[in-house]
Every structure is written in C-alpha cells, then in structure tokens.
Design a protein around this ligand. Structure first.
Ligand SMILES: *Cc1c(COP(=O)(O)O)cnc(C)c1O
Length: 399
C-alpha cells in the first residue's frame, strides 16, 4: 500500500502530511468545564443512577429535539434495543441495509428479524415505496436511518406506518441537531435514537439518547434501562442496565456546549471541500438541503469508478499513504455482512451502488482549511490520473 505514495509522487503529487487526518475526531469542547463538572459529581458522590448531570443533559436534548421526553442511555445500540422491547414489537423490522451494523444488531439482539430494504438512489435513505412492498403480516416495525445527516422521508414513512398499523422508529445517530421540513429530528415516528459515541458530533465518550413525545413509552424506557425498576420501585419487566453515568453526562454537556461552534466549523469545511472538488469528473461531495439545518457531522464523497477509472478502495489507499484516513460509511452494506448474508444473495442495487462509491473524509474543528486543500489536491490528482494509476498499480502489485 505504501507504493501508492510513490505513485502519486511520480505525478507531482503531495508528500506525506505531518500528522494523520482521521474521521470522527472527538469534539470535547472546553476541557476545563468538563473537569469542573466531573469534580462536582465526585464532590457530591453522585456518579450514576439518574444523577443531575444526566437529567440536565436529557432536558437539553429534549429541547433541541423539540420533544417532551428524553431518556439517556449508555449507548445508542442499547437504546435501540430498549425502544424495540419497550414498544412490544414482534416479528420483522424493515430497515435500510446502508447503515452501521448496530441498526440490524439491535433488532436481532432482542429476537426480531431485520428485513433489509433498498434506499432512494439520491438520499441514501429508506424508499417508502420499497418499504411498502416488504410489509407482511409478520412486520412489526419500520426502523429508518437518517444517513449522513440527510433525513429519511419522515412524513411519508409516518403515513406508511399509520396505514399498516406499524410502529416507526429512527436511528438518528447521524442527525443530532438536523431538521426535516424545518422540524427538528428527534420528534418523528414513535421515537428516535441519538448516539453520543466519541466519534459523533455531540459525544459523551459512550452514550445514547431516546427522544419521544410518548410519556408511557418514556416511562417504560426509564424502567427498562434500570433493571426494570419502575417508579414505585417495583420490578415489572425484565430490564437491563443501560444507564448513562455522570462522567458520560459531564462530557455530553460539555460537548453539547460546543455543538454550535462545531456545526458552524463543519459547515465551512463542507463548503471548502465542495469548492475545491467542484467540476472534478466522477467526484461528488454530497450536498445538503440549504433549507434545512444540518450538523455536517460527515463529509461524504461519492467516487464513481466508471468516470474516474479508479477503484474507490484504490483512492482510499492513495489517501492513506498520504496520512489521510477515510472511513467507509457504510461498506459493505449490512446485507452483505457474513452474519446477514443470504443464499441466494439479496440484491439491493441502489444500496450497493452507493456503498461502492462512498468515502467519508476527515472534517471537524481539528481539520484546518490547509489540510482540506491538501486532501482535495490528492483527490483531484487521483481522479484525473485514475486510469494511469490503476494500470501502474496492477504492475506494482503482483497478483
Ligand atoms: C454510531 C452509530 C450507531 C451506534 O451508536 P453507539 O452509541 O455506538 O451504540 C448506530 N447507528 C448508526 C447509524 C451509527 O452511526
């Protein structure tokens, strides 16, 4: 793989960066504030079990999502499991395959069957018409994903769910602070689930949050995350331990304090990537709807091999040789993972096409404008010389 550096250098390309550029660098915010919150928790001997920091974080997330209830958890995967359990879903759950493994895992882990649905070729989110085709008497719920912060067709999916008497949830791990039709993500379907994992735009080391307007659901969730212990201290359900700790909440609050700044900076980064790569054949920096609010958490590049002549994985290797480390969000798609693969293989053409083209590139406050210009110069060069690089590669790497 190191060969790639030499190849680009042969074409007058850039040399190695001084420091590696990574996707999903943590947005800590003001470290002193985090430490002060942590000191406060330690001073007060209140480290977990629905402490004041967790309660404050839940309140702030509920406000941003425009809902009445927020239930914070140890991570989003557990939150998705709790939501499916607490809602009494049985049978099959229709969901996209173009998502993180946690989405189908959460259903499978609570005994439900993930049913993978193809996505809209442009948005990468569930296509309501395809969803409808997959509904059977066994269907219990629809689980949409707001991929890359581009929101799923929430209203159409709400309509499909209502017509067929199904529950509807969203994995909103990518969509903190985003809107759809001007309304904040977090308030659609029966419930939505955010991730506060260290790589996400607002993070609490590990963490998750369910938002909903359904008070009974919120109450069941609060019990289930705490061993099934309900308001009267009586255990009426097989619960688990999915609580958020006060340490995580302290981080979540501090990262949330910085969210607006992070978001603004990522938006500038996105604009620069767009302008630097404008007009490069076969290369598209995914755009966002100007009329909506977006967190710009992910910088998504779609590289069309048929135009550039360069395989996406080759482009990734070229970037890595220059200390730029893209992530494949999401490749392979879930239906091609060994655990979910079927025989004969399920074919989801739009999902597979997007999955073969996608590269998430470094963004966030720690990535400078100069970094971005250099990343883009590699991509421009690679895309323009795609065929040549591919041919050299075949010679350099013995079969
Ligand atoms: C990060 C992520 C998750 C999992 O979140 P955790 O908090 O790490 O459990 C689920 N779905 C998607 C789409 C994600 O990106």
């Amino acid at each position: 793989m190191k060969r790639a550096l030499t190849d680009l250098a042969l074409f007058g390309g850039p040399t190695a960066f001084l420091r590696p550029l990574l996707v999903g660098m943590p947005t800590v915010g003001d470290r002193a504030r985090f430490l002060a919150r942590l000191e406060w928790a330690l001073d007060n001997d209140w480290l977990t079990n629905g402490g004041p920091l967790t309660t404050e974080l839940e309140g702030r997330i509920a406000d941003i999502a425009g809902v009445r209830y927020c239930v914070a958890t140890c991570n989003a995967t557990a939150a998705l499991q709790l939501v499916l359990k607490a809602s009494g879903v049985t049978g099959q759950v229709i969901m996209p395959s173009l998502t993180f493994a946690a989405t189908p895992h959460s259903a499978a882990w609570v005994g439900l069957e993930p049913v993978f649905c193809d996505v809209d070729p442009v948005t990468g989110c569930l296509d309501p018409a395809r969803v409808e085709e997959l509904i059977t008497p066994d269907t219990g719920a629809i689980l949409g994903v707001h991929l890359w912060g581009r929101t799923a067709p929430v209203i159409e999916l709400e309509k499909v769910a209502a017509e067929h008497g199904l529950k509807l949830f969203f994995d909103a791990a990518h969509a903190f602070g985003c809107t759809s039709g001007g309304r904040p993500i977090g308030g659609f379907g029966n419930a939505e689930v955010f991730s506060l994992h260290a790589t996400k735009t607002v993070m609490s080391f590990e963490g998750g949050a369910v938002t909903t307007d359904d008070g009974e659901l919120a109450e069941r969730l609060a019990a289930l995350r705490n061993f099934g212990i309900d308001r009267d201290r009586s255990v009426n359900a097989v619960g688990m331990n999915a609580k958020m700790s006060e340490c995580a909440a302290a981080m979540g609050l501090t990262s949330l304090d910085a969210f607006e700044e992070t978001r603004a900076r990522n938006q500038e980064n996105h604009a620069l990537y767009r302008s630097e790569l404008r007009g490069v054949p076969g290369i598209e920096v995914l755009a966002f709807d100007e009329g909506e609010r977006n967190n710009h958490q992910y910088l998504i590049l779609l590289a069309d091999r048929e135009v550039t002549g360069l395989h996406r994985d080759r482009l990734q290797a070229l970037l890595e040789a220059e200390q730029v480390f893209p992530r494949l969000y999401f490749s392979p798609p879930c239906h091609q993972m060994p655990i979910y693969r079927t025989d004969p293989p399920l074919r989801l053409p739009h999902t597979e096409r997007l999955s073969e083209q996608v590269l998430a590139l470094p963004t966030g406050p720690s990535v400078s404008f100069e970094d971005i210009r250099r990343v883009c110069s590699i991509i421009r060069l690679a895309a323009e010389r795609g065929g040549q690089i591919e041919a050299m590669w075949d010679q350099a790497v013995p079969a």
